[in-house]
Design a binder for this molecule. Structure first.
Ligand SMILES: [Zn+2]
Length: 277
């Protein structure tokens, strides 16, 4: 039998759960016998094996998670190719234009139509929604969905991850400020403050003083999903709970919020396999 951690308390039923570190935990009433608990655990063997297997796989993926040039990262639901660009500050570049040196500001860049080709070691063929990049001396050809995240060359995987997070935070600040302003006006609410945090398990939160926080991780979601999180937190200014009234407010702004919330869960699942610190 799979070893398990037993926690007894004044509860009425036995519950099995798989912890984040891929272990089995059994919560049981004070008076039930060990033999009976073993019997219950044995009867759930296939459920346990399946979920333990998944949890172990996620844990292994998280440990192995590492970013290198040529990998892609998500921004607003699209994949961006990590490219090395000498003399360019870290930032996202949209569209099929070549991210040229000196043209990029730090942080988030909206469509960079102004950029001209940089003539460095990449060749680009732009199509409406796709950029085709041949990464010079790496010799690999990768299809990226529209954009790049440009970083200085020579960074270690850990430095790449940290740089990408800096860019994500900047993107989050800019994007969320705009979306909050838009929906706050529409919903007739005024947040006391809007902050970007590093929260791991919450996409957003609203304090009792109506200050709203968003995890920078939310910028990986597509715009419809980001808007759902924004509207959700703004609705908490009116209803500091998840009552029917609260959900009616959310639905009045975004009638399809349930689909958006479902897509957020898909992203959550992807992120449970990635260790962003
Ligand atoms: Zn909520």
């Amino acid at each position: 039998m799979v070893p398990y951690r037993l926690i007894r308390s004044r509860r009425k039923s036995v519950t099995l759960l798989i912890t984040k570190d891929a272990a089995l935990e059994v919560r049981a009433p004070l008076r039930i016998s060990k033999k009976e608990i073993d019997r219950i655990v044995a009867s759930k063997q296939s459920w346990i094996n399946m979920h333990l297997g998944k949890a172990k796989e996620r844990e292994a993926n998280r440990t192995a998670f590492s970013l290198s040039y040529g990998d892609t990262v998500l921004l607003r639901g699209r994949e961006y190719l990590i490219v090395a660009r000498p003399g360019v500050k870290a930032g996202f570049a949209e569209c099929g234009m070549c991210p040229g040196s000196g043209a990029a500001d730090i942080g988030y860049m909206e469509p960079l139509d102004r950029l001209s080709g940089c003539g460095s070691d990449c060749t680009l063929n732009s199509a409406p929604d796709r950029a085709h990049i041949d990464l010079g001396n790496r010799g690999s050809t990768v299809l990226a969905d529209r954009g790049f995240i440009c970083l200085p060359p020579g960074l270690s995987p850990e430095e790449i991850k940290r740089s990408v997070i800096v860019v994500y935070r900047s993107a989050a600040k800019q994007l969320l400020t705009g979306r909050v302003a838009h929906y706050a006006k529409q919903m007739g609410v005024v947040p006391a403050a809007v902050r970007v945090t590093s929260a791991r398990t919450r996409w957003g939160s609203c304090s009792s003083a109506d200050s709203i926080n968003f995890s920078w991780r939310i910028v990986m979601a597509d715009d419809d999903v980001i808007d759902y999180v924004v509207v959700h937190e703004l609705a908490h200014i009116v209803e500091h709970n998840h009552s029917d009234r609260f959900w009616r407010i959310v639905a009045s702004v975004l009638p399809d919020y349930k689909q958006r919330r479902q897509r957020l869960k898909v992203l959550q699942q992807r992120l449970s396999n990635e260790d962003w610190g």
